[in-house]
Design a protein around this ligand. Sequence first.
Ligand code: FAD
Length: 423
Amino acid sequence: MNTAENDVDIIIAGGGMAGSSLALGLIRQVPTLSVAVVEATTIAPSNLDTDTYQPSYDARATALGYGSRLIFEDLGVWPQLRSQATPIQHIHVSEKGKPGRTGMHASEHQQGGLGYVVDNQWLGRCLLQALQGTPVNWLAPGKVISARRENDRTHLEVDLNGDMQQWSCGLLVVADGGRSGLREALDFKVDTQDYEQHAIIANISTSNPHHGTAFERFTPEGPVALLPRGGSDGRDCGLVWTHRSEQAQELLEMPEDEFLGKLQKVFGWRLGRFVNLGRRDSYPLTLTRVAQPARPGMLLVGNAAHTLHPVAGQGFNLALRGLMRLAEQIRLAHAAGNSPGAMSTLQAYLDEHQPDEDAIVGFSDSMVRLFNEGPPMINGARDLGLVTLDLINPAKYWFARQAMGLGRRRSSLGAADSTTQAH
Ligand SMILES: Cc1cc2nc3c(=O)[nH]c(=O)nc-3n(C[C@H](O)[C@H](O)[C@H](O)COP(=O)(O)OP(=O)(O)OC[C@H]3O[C@@H](n4cnc5c(N)ncnc54)[C@H](O)[C@@H]3O)c2cc1C
């Protein structure tokens, strides 16, 4: 046991997609801040030669909205990220057995891409590489065991690979994911709604090129999303196939040809034949929110603060906007001589972020409900929804802006929400 207390401005518990992005945002906003990241796995900016595969940087691909691209440009990560990012040129939304369908095209929105698909592992590598050589103190493998607020400091007990250490900070940011152990240990109240669905994810190849099209197909079992990977002429896609929870195990264990045949039946032949299937994983789907994610000296962010259904691919995009808002509020507090953990700092962040969270949670949740089930009237409405979406430009424009992560104005780093031309 190391009894000497290490003191820093901010400690981030969890160095996944959210925690690493926040660390970068913070040192960019206030280079003099002292920041430590406590990460449970062995990944670290200093040992990128080891496999970055871990719970956050796993086999999934993430659809980044155009707004997230702008943020990563500001953070200096985009030049590397883009080298293996596939632009989404078109979004094709349809429903199995129904006439409705809609399409959105990057060219209609004066953007180089409606969004970009990146493999989580690549995103992790780029984030960690950007942290190399920065003053961020990366503590791994480690876990925050306990935290308490006393005399305007948050005091932590950190288990660093068996070595118990005492740390203190102005603000503890909890970014340890959707099954956040720390959130529970600190007794933050969680509101969870189980969708009783699992997402089966896998990388998959098709006989025809996707031409940068992302597909979202609603079926009675749940939505099927195919995200384009491997460049615009690629034939690889990231599959996110939502199913009722009781069917998930069967799909995971099903022989490959049977799985591909079943998918073909549901998705059709828009991309030709499904030919290759990578490793399958499954994720339980819930809508989780924390009514009070802040208290003096402590804040929940990322999946620890909210998990969404992946139907609209918004969870990380939303989290990233929030993290940059937080970094901006911490910059303002720092300039005014206030603590990053002061309730006034955290409340200013929440005032900016929560309307965005409410809108995106509402958008994702209503998509799940609209297409999941429902009496004939709702069925009629959703047919009409897809058809009219194609006809009524403002509705389509709104939908596309949500999909691009441009739904609300960004207030912090870099360019504001606009129709910036990009290539
Ligand atoms: C199937 C699926 C598809 C998705 N697709 C998209 C998409 O296309 N677009 C999008 O925007 N979002 C998408 N999301 C959401 C996105 O994956 C999440 O928003 C994102 O992973 C959240 O990152 P996080 O860093 O908060 O949590 P996590 O990714 O869970 O990372 C948590 C980190 O904390 C570490 N950790 C855990 N416990 C501790 C501890 N006690 N101490 C220290 N460290 C700890 C872990 O090792 C990990 O590094 C999808 C989600 C799912 C399930």
